[in-house]
Design a binder for this molecule. Structure first.
Ligand SMILES: [Zn+2]
Length: 476
């Protein structure tokens, strides 16, 4: 059908979609449409209802393709693609710490921009429309520039807020990160430096309060960061309990398990987001119960290093007891690629392996964790994460012409189990089409790849790092 003669003008109407809203009632419109004016959704529902009301400057018929809210990536070291797959396996905790402190000492602002641009493009091409960076970029402006160029939504943290040693805590023997030494004076000085970005709540790049966590932050620093986040109604975000090592170090300094101590300090609430959380005991789960805090599960990032979270982690349990479980990809060497849908699939499988039953997380849970739960975890559930009138227009249309998209039976199972991140057709962020027919509309792919390769070569050379071949390579 064509728009009604009385229809109001708007910028974009996408119609003929199998439209999964992930709204409160989890409504799906089998023949759905979405209308966008400026940055916001102004109409959603059946094609008949939306097109009787709205006429788009651009109208796209997607012929029955699946349309869903964009994925929200909640734990991300966005700027260090220069070091992806550079460390030859097997990788130890110590060799990684040495590599990363070397990388963070060698990387310059231009490399952070170029690496972030590659990562932002990778996210968009995998159906992510927003990400939260966890506070490990020296120059957040470089990431803001990359995100704006690609057109993806970003929530940025301050650079390296820590005061108790490096990533291995006080026992960390790796060289310090010279641009961001771990000390109280610097940590308190940089805290809150990204909040200026929030004056326009619809702007593409926002700020939050990030500290490194994972045994690297004093109680005083953590309390100050939480107070600041409260004053500005943003999330406090940190790493926590990636593995037994940092959990034990935290328990030793607090005299009790970390989450029990954080509960006593009144830090755990709906605007608290801790990433990883692989090594928790039952007392910690009890402390977190019904706090509404967010846990960013990065299942592939723990499986990569064999930390045992699929067998002993508590993520599924947390999802059942009043915590908001969202998903993250962590860093390029911890996951291999930035693909939130892959994390959803892995989380579902991990929950079933642990339960020894298929009656654990389901495909719908995967989509919820990757969308509205992610929006909560980054402090933006009032603006993104589901498709509703008034929210910002961040959504994805899937292709119908890949082999995994057929047959069209249970469409959500098809999305999470079969198509996954393959088959992204159109990505809209803040009302702007940033991917169309599977290609970026905003940046030149060749140029992004070329500059990222050149940056990686430069950074590794500055580090004096040579990539080792494991098998004999004949070069002539
Ligand atoms: Zn991390």
């Amino acid at each position: 059908m064509t728009p009604a003669a009385s229809a109001e003008a708007c910028d974009l109407v996408v119609y003929g979609a199998y439209l999964v809203t992930v709204d409160h009632e989890r409504r799906i419109f089998a023949d759905g449409a979405i209308a966008v004016a400026g940055r916001r959704i102004v109409g959603i529902g059946s094609v008949r209802d939306v097109r009787s009301r709205w006429r788009g400057a651009r109208e796209i018929d997607v012929h029955g393709a699946l349309l869903h809210p964009g994925f929200v990536e909640c734990h991300m070291h966005i700027s260090i693609h220069a070091g992806r797959n550079a460390i030859t396996e097997p990788v130890t905790w110590e060799s990684q710490q040495r590599f990363y402190s070397g990388l963070w000492n060698a990387i310059e602002d231009e490399d952070e921009y170029v690496g972030s641009r590659l990562a932002c493009l990778e996210l968009a091409l995998h159906g992510a429309t927003a990400f939260m960076e966890c506070g490990t970029v020296h120059q957040p402006d470089a990431v803001a520039k990359a995100a704006e160029e690609v057109g993806i939504r970003a929530v940025l943290g301050d650079p390296f807020v820590w005061d108790q040693g490096g990533f291995g805590g006080r026992g960390d023997k790796s060289p310090p990160v010279f641009r961001a030494p771990s000390n109280e004076q610097r940590a308190f000085a940089v805290l809150g430096g990204q909040l200026f970005r929030n004056s326009d709540p619809t702007a593409l790049v926002q700020g939050h309060v990030a500290i490194i966590g994972m045994a690297t932050c004093s109680e005083a620093l953590t309390l100050e960061a939480k107070a600041l986040a409260r004053r500005h109604s943003v999330v406090l975000n940190q790493h926590q309990s990636y593995g037994q090592e940092d959990a034990i170090e935290d328990a030793a300094r607090f005299g009790k398990p970390a989450m029990v101590r954080f509960k006593e300090l009144s830090i755990l609430d709906e605007r608290t987001t801790f990433a990883h959380m692989n090594a928790l005991d039952d007392a910690e789960v009890a402390a977190m119960t019904n706090t509404g805090m967010s846990v960013v599960w990065c299942p592939l990032a723990s499986m990569m290093y064999g930390v045992g979270a699929t067998t002993s982690g508590k993520h599924f349990q947390l999802s059942q007891c009043g915590c908001n479980v969202a998903l993250g990809s962590d860093s390029p060497n911890y996951t291999g690629r930035f693909d939130t849908g892959a994390q959803a699939f892995a989380a579902i499988l991990a929950s079933r392996e642990q339960a020894r039953s298929a009656d654990a997380l389901k495909a719908e849970d995967g989509l919820v964790m990757a969308t509205i739960n992610g929006a909560k975890a980054i402090g933006m559930a009032d603006r993104i994460g589901s498709l509703e009138v008034g929210k910002l227009a961040d959504f994805v249309v899937r292709r119908r012409d890949i082999v995994e998209s057929v047959p069209r039976t249970n469409r959500i199972q098809n999305l999470i189990y079969s198509s996954r991140s393959k088959g992204i057709d159109t990505v809209v962020v803040n009302g702007r089409i940033i991917v169309e027919s599977g290609n970026s509309t905003t940046v030149d792919l060749e140029r992004v790849l070329h500059t990222a390769q050149a940056s990686s070569d430069r950074v590794l050379a500055r580090m004096g790092f040579r990539v080792q071949d494991t098998w004999p390579v004949i070069r002539s």
